[in-house]
Design a protein around this ligand. Sequence first.
Ligand code: AP5
Length: 220
Amino acid sequence: MQPQLGLRIALFGPPGAGKGTQARLLCTRFGMLHISTGNILRRAIKEQTPIGLEARAYIHQGNLVPDELVRDLAEEAMRVSAFEDFVLDGYPRTCQQAEWLTGFLNRRERPLSAIVYLMLSDEEVVTRLSRRRVHKETGENFHLDYKPPPPEIQHLMLQRRDDQPAAIRHRLRVYEAETQPLVRYFSKAGLLHEVDALGSIETVHARVCALLQSLKGRLN
Ligand code: AP5
């Protein structure tokens, strides 16, 4: 039986900061539900659903998908969790999304517990994304240097289209313009917790766990 944290958190940070990697580790360790809007959208593209067809060009070019489309996906996933013990990864990332999310959860008396801000320089972002490879079936993220895929699954590795150099640069600009302003919004709400995302995957995981344990003590 996994320990329950009783927390509703969002991992926040630039592309490649390690949100997906850390979310997976938290979910394995604490049985939380991993809600990645990026993964949900990529699955929709693969399955050629109407949402996938609409989102495709935005994602491949490194632009944000329209708010209304992503909101429905996030809402559906949070309902599955019954609004307990979930980790949002990549949501919210615009002011409109942040306001909607806050109101939606507050009305259910299940407010967000924390925004965990994984802080990383642009230089390290580029290093991480340009050498990332993704398992085409499970969606797990690997890195050619930092987390090399085992030889027996190397043929299942793909490079994301938005991990090409031009798309990475564009995603960083979109992050600066549309997502970074949320730091102020969540800071004012008293929800923002900064975590240094530089260091090994295990080191960053330990920092995030220490933060969550301290929040659990304070909030539950
Ligand atoms: P999404 O998939 O969410 O992309 P992202 O936010 O750009 O983040 P990434 O998945 O690129 O990086 P990550 O922070 O998860 O890092 P990772 O753990 O993989 O979104 C993709 C697209 O979908 C968006 O551009 C947009 O179009 C659309 N979208 C999604 N959500 C949306 C929303 N809310 N609104 C509108 N549009 C939306 O790590 C990166 C690499 O580094 C990996 O190789 C990993 O192995 C390695 N790594 C991780 N941690 C470490 C470490 N500590 N040390 C060394 N290497 C590490």
